[in-house]
Ligand binder design. Structure first.
Ligand code: NDP
Ligand code: 2IT
Length: 474
């Protein structure tokens, strides 16, 4: 029945919203009714429904053994607060512009809201809610006491001067500061928001409140930031991948890796892969990808992509490295490889990309981005027995070091890069073991390629749900 529904949905070319049809066929009544309620309430929020479908599917076994959690899950899937606001700003020519700002404060049961800020024209409420849910579960799967949130704006940072970026950040914080604080909500970076933007946001917050508080992370180390916070997501991703490989008696050395994206997460993942002797052969940006079969000149690449140089196009790399090929509108998934690290954006890797990866010999996919694989791509991985590590576990290194930044900032101390790095390695191993344990406890054995995603959802949900149950119907 599930396969029939799945084929039917594919034949009719049903959209994202209908994709859960075949997933629903696999679900018990209570799980299906929870998903149906979400689809009924916001049928146009495709990304959010996609994220919810995966979570509800993972929790079937938990709900059947713990019926008291059914109502907790219903509450969890509705954000505690959605703040949307106008962001007016003036460009260098004196022209006025307006953008939309968001802060989705998803769940505060485990601690103050914690999550990124994304500046990208693709930002809308559905994307903010999917990221808020992912962040809630990601923070839940760590041992940190942090709730989940996500915010940002549909502002396009590309082509903006430093002064325009500063004025936009100041206007954005002019509203956001009413809703955040060290014990309330502590934002950080994400797509389009790095240390430069966090600096401008922090300066405006200080001006408005005259408070020097630990309320933004990814700050610059000399004034309260943590060592290795920019590197943390990419480094942690590779540490997680090493744990997955170790269980398969493999190691990164000599493995060919395809990476997508060339921002903060992708570039530091590339650096760490090279350090461990892996051979990254591709990276990408929103206009195309570079294939360099012999491996990359990391120093040259990182100079090109540095935000201080306004992130030059990847095409510039081929001017000094003739062996590299730049492919307009290209994606890196067809290149012969052993592992894939999607580190760009949601739904960047679809059904045909997944098929290309299978044909290229890929055996393991480790997500650096949040929800980079479509439901159809995950179905291909499942059928082809490709081991798949979800972003909510594998990319949690960023928020973990954000949590450590908050500890250092409030204690007015700063740990060394080595201390942070060894803590990061330890935490990524802990997260991996938690996912494995949860999957095994509920009978989704490690043999099944999607066990880590179920394990991550189960481990995270149980931690958040227990707190929500004890804190009453709020
Ligand atoms: N920063 C963090 O701490 C964390 C980030 N993540 C996730 O990792 C991913 C990357 O974030 P981050 O590296 O910080 O962001 P950056 O803005 O630093 O880099 C984003 C990269 O992805 C590319 N990109 C953006 N949108 C698209 C798209 N629609 N299609 C193809 N490529 C695209 C960009 O290309 P171009 O330069 O051409 O725009 C750029 O190379 C996101 O999914 C984010 O949510 C997860 C955990 C932590
Ligand atoms: N964008 C982030 C980082 C969140 C944080 O460090 O608060 C993520 O985990 O997706």
């Amino acid at each position: 029945e599930a396969l029939r529904l799945q084929m039917a949905s594919k034949d009719k070319g049903l959209g994202l919203i209908d994709r859960p049809l075949y997933i629903k066929a696999l679900m018990s009544k209570s799980a299906e009714s929870i998903l149906e309620a979400v689809i009924k309430r916001d049928p146009h929020e495709g990304e959010f429904i996609q994220a919810v479908s995966e979570v509800v599917h993972s929790l079937e076994a938990v709900l059947s053994k713990n019926p008291q959690f059914v109502h907790v899950l219903e509450r969890l899937l509705e954000p505690e607060r959605v703040i949307m606001f106008r962001v007016p700003w003036v460009d260098d020519k004196g022209e006025m512009h307006v953008n939309r700002g968001f802060r989705v404060q998803f769940n505060q049961a485990l601690g103050p809201y914690k999550g990124g800020l994304r500046f990208h024209p693709g930002v809308n409420l559905s994307v903010m809610k999917f990221l808020g849910l992912e962040q809630t579960l990601k923070n839940g799967v760590t041992s940190l006491n942090l709730g989940g949130a996500m915010g940002g704006s549909d502002f396009e940072p590309k082509g903006k001067s430093d002064n325009e970026m500063m004025r936009f950040c100041q206007s954005f914080m002019e509203e956001l500061y009413r809703h955040i604080g060290p014990n309330q909500d502590t934002p950080c970076g994400d797509i389009g928001v790095g240390t430069r933007e966090i600096g401008y946001l922090f300066g405006q917050y200080r001006r408005l409140t005259s408070q020097y508080e630990s309320l933004l992370t990814c700050k610059s180390p000399p004034w309260g930031g943590s060592q290795l916070r920019p590197e943390a997501t990419g480094y942690g991703l590779v540490y997680f991948a090493k744990e997955v490989l170790a269980d398969l008696d493999k190691d990164l050395k000599g493995l060919r890796c395809v990476v997508s994206g060339s921002g903060k997460v992708a570039m530091y993942a590339l650096e760490k892969l090279i350090a461990f002797g892996a051979i990254p052969v591709s990276i990408s940006d929103s206009r195309g990808c570079i294939i360099d079969e012999d491996g990359f000149d990391f120093a040259k690449l990182s100079h090109l992509r540095d935000i201080k140089n306004h992130r030059k196009s990847l095409r510039e790399y081929t001017k000094t490295h003739s062996r590299a090929k730049y492919i307009d509108d290209g994606k890196p998934w067809g290149v012969k490889c052993d592992m894939a690290f999607p580190c760009a954006s949601q739904n960047e890797l679809n059904h045909s990309d997944a098929m290309a990866l299978v044909n290229a010999g890929c055996k393991i996919v480790v997500e650096g981005a949040n929800m980079p694989c479509t439901t159809d791509a995950l179905e291909v991985f499942r059928k082809s027995k490709i081991v798949y590590a979800p972003g909510k576990a594998a990319n949690a290194g960023g928020v973990v070091i954000s949590g450590l930044e908050m500890v250092q900032h409030s204690g007015r101390i700063q740990w060394s890069a080595d201390e942070i790095d060894s803590k990061l390695q330890e935490v990524m191993k802990e997260i991996y073991l938690k996912c494995k344990k949860a999957a095994n406890e509920f009978g989704i054995g490690l043999g099944s390629p999607e066990s880590l995603v179920h394990g991550a959802n189960i481990a995270a949900f149980l931690r958040v749900a227990r707190a929500m149950l004890e804190q009453g119907c709020v």
